[in-house]
Write a protein that binds this ligand. Structure first.
Ligand SMILES: Cc1cc2nc3c(=O)[nH]c(=O)nc-3n(C[C@H](O)[C@H](O)[C@H](O)COP(=O)(O)OP(=O)(O)OC[C@H]3O[C@@H](n4cnc5c(N)ncnc54)[C@H](O)[C@@H]3O)c2cc1C
Length: 439
C-alpha cells in the first residue's frame, strides 16, 4: 500500500463540483487522508444557475462553502487554490501560487466550460453560463438592457436593446429563454414607464433540427410549442456564423440584439493537457473502463472532464448525476486498490432521465420508461431540484422564492451588481458610424 510521509495514503481530489464532492464523501470513513482542492471556495449547483442569471434566485441559494460541506470529515483537508499542472512522475499537483501537493491517488474532477466552436472572439459579445460570476454578469447585462431601453428614444436602438438572442437549445438555452420571457412579461411589467413587455423579443437559436436533442422528439416538439406560447421565437436549423456587438447572424439572417447569451458547446478543463493524456475533440480525457487515466492507474478523471464510453458504445452524458456516479466509482476503485484488489471494476452508468423546465408552468421530463410534460412535469422538476439542493435552509428558501414568484410574478434578486450601472458604456447600442467602422 503506498504511503505518504504522514502515514495514511493521500488522495488528492481536484475540483469540488458534483464529481469531486461525491468522491470526497465516499472516502469520508476510509483509511486515507483526503485533500480537496478547488479554485472557488464554494460548491455550485449549476442546474439552477440560469435562475440566478434571470434574477429568480440569489447566489447564496445555489452555492455552499466547500469547507463547511466537508467539516465533519476529520480526515479531509480543503485547499483554496487553482491547479495549473500535474507532475505525474513525481506524483505532485502544482498550484498557481507555486505550491506542490503530493498524492498517492489523484482524482481530477475539474469540469468543463462553454466553447465557441473555434470563435473565441464571440465570447465578449455572447457570455456563457458556467460559474456564479457568469450568472451575475448575465443578470447585470439583462437588467441593464431594460434600463437602457427605458431611456432610449430611438425606436431601432430600443428594439435591439429589447431583443435577447440565446444560442443553443439544449436544456440551458431552453430554460434561459423561458425565464427571460417571463422576466420581461411578468416581473418587469409594472416597473417601467416607456417600455412595454410586448416589445421584448426573445429568440432561441439552434443549429440542429430540434430543441432538447437528448429528449424524445415529441417532448422537443412540445417544448417549442410551450416556448412560443410564452412569447419566445424558436429558430431551428439556424447555425450562427457571426456574433458581434450588434447581435448575431443565424441561418443567414441578421438578428439585431444587444444581448446575446451563449448556451452551446462544451470544452473540458485542461486536465488532459496537464497529463498529456489522450483526449476527445472537447478536450475530455479518454479514460479506461475503471475511470483511470491510460498509463496512470493511480490517476482518475470523472465528470465533465472525462470522456467515458458506456458498454453500448454511447458516451456518458455531461450531467450532474453522471459526475456523481463517476466520482463515487473512482473512490471505490481507489479503496479496492488499497485493499490489494486488482479486478477490472468497469464503471457502469445508470441514466435516471432528462429534465428541463420552460418557464414557471411547464417542463418536460424523459425517464425513458415514462415521459411527462406540462404542469405535472414542472412540479416533478421542481421537487427533484429542491431534493438535490444541499441543506434544509436552501430547500426552504428556494421553494418559498418559487412560490412567491409563482403567485406574484415578482423576483427579489433583480439587482444590478458588480459596479456602478453605466448604461452608456455597457448597454447602449453604438452609433451607426461606430458600427460601420468596426472590422
Ligand atoms: C448552466 C448549466 C445548467 C446545467 N443543468 C443541468 C441539469 O439541469 N441537470 C444535470 O444533470 N446537469 C446539468 N448541468 C451539467 C452539470 O452541472 C455538470 O455535468 C456537472 O456539474 C459536472 O460535474 P463535474 O464535477 O464534472 O464538474 P463541475 O461541477 O463543473 O465542478 C468542477 C469543479 O472544479 C473546479 N475547478 C476547475 N478547474 C480547476 C482548477 N484548475 N483548479 C482547481 N479547481 C478547479 C471548479 O471550480 C468546480 O468547482 C448543467 C450545467 C450548466 C453549466
Amino acid at each position: 500500500m503506498p504511503q505518504t510521509a504522514a502515514g495514511a495514503p493521500h488522495v488528492v481530489i481536484v475540483g469540488a463540483g458534483f464529481g469531486g464532492l461525491e468522491a470526497a464523501r465516499r472516502l469520508a470513513r476510509a483509511p486515507v487522508r483526503v485533500t480537496v482542492i478547488d479554485r472557488h471556495n464554494y460548491h455550485l449547483f449549476q442546474p439552477l444557475l440560469y435562475q440566478v442569471a434571470t434574477a429568480e434566485l440569489g447566489t447564496g441559494e445555489i452555492a455552499w462553502p466547500i469547507r463547511h460541506l466537508l467539516r465533519r470529515q476529520a480526515g479531509t483537508t480543503t485547499v483554496l487554490g487553482t491547479v495549473v499542472g500535474v507532475d505525474a512522475q513525481g506524483r505532485k499537483v502544482e498550484l498557481a501560487d507555486g505550491t506542490r501537493i503530493p498524492y498517492d491517488y489523484l482524482i481530477l474532477a475539474t469540469g468543463a466550460r462553454h466553447a465557441y466552436f473555434g470563435h473565441d472572439e464571440w465570447e465578449p459579445f455572447a457570455p456563457g453560463l458556467k460559474t456564479l460570476e457568469d450568472a451575475t454578469a448575465i443578470r447585470r447585462k439583462l437588467l441593464l438592457a431594460f434600463e437602457a431601453a427605458e431611456q432610449e428614444p430611438d425606436p431601432a436602438r430600443r428594439k435591439a436593446l429589447l431583443t435577447f438572442a440565446i444560442v443553443g437549445a439544449g436544456p440551458t438555452g431552453v430554460e434561459l429563454a423561458g425565464a427571460v420571457v417571463e422576466l420581461a412579461h411578468t416581473s418587469l411589467r409594472e416597473d417601467f414607464r416607456t417600455i412595454r413587455p410586448e416589445d421584448v423579443r426573445v429568440v432561441l437559436i439552434e443549429a440542429g433540427p430540434r430543441v432538447l436533442a437528448a429528449f424524445a422528439p415529441q417532448l422537443s416538439g412540445y417544448a417549442v410549442g410551450a416556448l412560443e406560447r410564452l412569447g419566445a421565437e424558436v429558430r431551428l436549423n439556424a447555425a450562427v456564423t457571426v456574433v458581434d456587438r450588434d447581435g448575431v447572424v443565424a441561418g443567414g439572417e441578421r438578428i439585431a440584439a444587444r444581448t446575446v447569451l451563449w448556451a452551446a458547446g462544451v470544452q473540458a478543463s485542461p486536465a488532459a493537457r496537464w497529463l498529456d493524456a489522450p483526449a476527445d475533440r472537447a478536450g475530455r480525457i479518454k479514460v479506461e473502463p475503471d475511470l483511470s487515466v491510460p498509463g496512470h492507474p493511480e490517476i482518475f478523471a470523472v465528470g465533465d472532464t472525462a470522456a467515458i464510453t458506456m458498454t453500448n458504445g454511447k458516451p456518458v452524458p455531461g450531467v450532474a448525476d453522471a459526475a456523481k456516479q463517476a466520482g463515487r466509482h473512482a473512490a471505490q476503485v481507489i479503496l479496492a486498490r488499497l485493499a490489494s484488489r486488482r479486478d477490472a471494476m468497469p464503471f457502469r452508468y445508470h441514466h435516471a432521465g432528462d429534465l428541463a423546465t420552460i418557464g414557471r408552468r411547464a417542463a418536460v421530463i424523459d425517464f425513458g420508461w415514462i415521459k411527462l410534460r406540462g404542469f405535472i412535469a414542472w412540479w416533478a422538476w421542481g421537487i427533484a431540484h429542491i431534493y438535490f439542493l444541499i441543506g434544509v435552509k436552501n430547500r426552504l428558501f428556494v421553494a418559498l422564492s418559487w412560490l412567491w414568484i409563482y403567485l406574484t410574478g415578482q423576483r427579489s434578486a433583480r439587482l444590478i451588481t458588480q459596479g456602478e450601472a453605466d448604461i452608456g458604456r455597457e448597454a447602449t447600442p453604438p452609433a451607426k458610424e461606430a458600427v460601420s467602422s468596426e472590422p
